[in-house]
Design a protein around this ligand. Structure first.
Ligand code: NAP
Length: 252
């Protein structure tokens, strides 16, 4: 990890983001974590001295600008950006409200762009850096009842490919990680919605989601953290423009 000292992980106070923040801290980096709620961020930071919480909303460019200003003043230039913050709203496509459509695109796609954009000039000037988008298998294939989510994650893969092409000769790599169902609060909310809408038991709902994974299990957040850590290592310098599926073989 020569030269990579300061990482930003959005949504770093919970689930996948917290596990990524832990993995990068274990690799010796100082990690700025952000989310809208300070409580979860502070709880995550209590566990690890290298985690530094700052409240910010990824849909608000001014909020992200002020996050960068504070984080870089305190810990130096951000040389790893992990755009992880995301939301999932489920409904049949025919019933998706315009508000939910726009909100999902705003957080998952525009928010990912706003998160990485302020880092680009500095990384290119230093000829070093890593950008990692936390997309989803929903960026690689379709799923029913989550049209805005699937569209937003396909958009994230497109954004990643565009940046990888543009930055290929700059020493900066740009990749996306595409997990299948990961055991986090987001998954638990999906299970609750299935139970509410279909009358299935929680165990039946969980079994239905788990069946998507050929390995017959949920992905653990730490498994995503470990792939992101590898993408930030010296050995992955030639890996760019890739959408890495972490799904037990569900997609490839
Ligand atoms: P989670 O536990 O619900 O975490 C989502 C995080 O995003 C929270 O920390 C939340 O913090 C933050 N966030 C949401 N809106 C935000 C905003 N406007 N500004 C800043 N932060 C915001 O979900 P997760 O499962 O860890 O998901 C993390 C990422 O992995 C998401 O991009 C998700 O799409 C992706 N993913 C998850 C799964 C899965 O099965 N769980 C599978 C594939 C991909 P605040 O609420 O405090 O803002």
């Amino acid at each position: 990890m020569t030269g990579l000292r300061h990482a930003l992980v959005t949504g770093g106070g919970s689930g996948v983001g917290r596990a990524i923040a832990h993995a990068l801290a274990d690799a010796g980096m100082e990690v700025t974590i952000c989310g809208r709620g300070m409580e979860a961020l502070e709880a995550a930071a209590k566990e690890y001295s290298r985690l530094h919480p700052i409240a910010a909303d990824v849909t608000d460019a001014a909020s992200i600008a002020s996050l960068y200003k504070q984080a870089e003043l305190e810990r130096g230039a951000i040389d790893v950006v992990v755009a992880n913050a995301g939301i999932a709203i489920s409904a049949p496509a025919a019933k998706v409200s315009l508000e939910d459509w726009k909100r999902t695109l705003d957080v998952n796609l525009t928010g990912a762009f706003l998160t990485v954009q302020p880092a680009l000039s500095g990384m290119m000037a230093r000829r070093s850096g890593r950008i990692v988008f936390i997309a989803s298998t929903a960026g690689l294939k379709g799923y029913g009842y989550v049209a805005p989510y699937v569209a937003s994650k396909h958009g994230v893969i497109g954004l990643m490919r565009a940046l990888a092409a543009e930055l290929a000769r700059t020493g900066v790599t740009v990749n996306a990680v595409c997990p299948g169902y990961v055991e986090t609060e987001m998954l638990e909310r999906s299970v609750e919605r299935i139970v509410e809408k279909t009358g299935r038991t929680p165990d039946e709902a969980r079994a239905g989601l788990m069946a998507c994974n050929p390995q017959g299990r949920f992905i653990q957040p730490e498994e995503v953290g470990s792939v992101v850590r590898w993408l930030c290592s010296d050995g992955s310098a030639s890996v760019t423009g890739q959408a890495l599926s972490i799904s037990g073989g569900e997609t490839w």
